[in-house]
Design a protein around this ligand. Structure first.
Ligand code: SME
Length: 155
């Protein structure tokens, strides 16, 4: 098992315990973002949530620098993950058509949809890195498990 996989195994185990039994959305998402940043450290430059509100994604709890408040359906990486209900792995944000630059320091990112019991997207988990190509299939696999743990508790 790689170092990264070990970190993700730790993250998932801690996440299960951390949010078990708490249903307040802001509290759960705040602690989830804090835990992810704590475990992954500098590998995550920005980690947080955008939540579906009518026809937009609205900024939720996060760790990192200030970010855009609202993202339209199908806009940027987050809006695309929402529209397609599929994880987006972006090795170079400048090569992604319509990427929304909240911070010029962000170079690569991964966005994972949060699905409710009916498979409806209720929000997204967005993680950015200052380095190019920081995310791959391993990140996608583990972060989809993290998203499922969180969504199961909330929706
Ligand atoms: N880069 C995102 C916008 C959100 S910030 O990175 C926090 C996007 O294109 O969806």
């Amino acid at each position: 098992m790689s170092m990264k996989e070990k970190q993700y195994e730790t993250m998932l185990a801690q996440l299960e315990g951390l949010i078990a039994g708490e249903r307040n959305m802001m509290s759960v998402l705040s602690n989830a973002s804090a835990l992810m940043r704590e475990v992954m450290g500098e590998r995550y430059f920005w980690v947080g949530f955008y939540l579906v509100e009518n026809d937009q994604l609205v900024l939720g709890p996060f760790q990192g620098s200030v970010a855009c408040y609202r993202i339209g359906h199908g806009r940027g990486v987050c809006g695309t993950a929402w529209a397609q209900a599929r994880t987006q792995v972006v090795p170079d944000v400048e090569a992604f058509p319509g990427h929304i630059a909240c911070s010029s320091l962000s170079r690569s990112e991964i966005v994972v949809p949060l699905l409710d019991g009916q498979g409806i997207v209720r929000g997204v988990l967005d993680i950015d890195s200052k380095e190019l190509a920081q995310f791959d299939e391993t990140d996608a696999r583990y972060l989809e498990r993290a998203a499922a743990i969180i969504a199961r508790e909330l929706w």
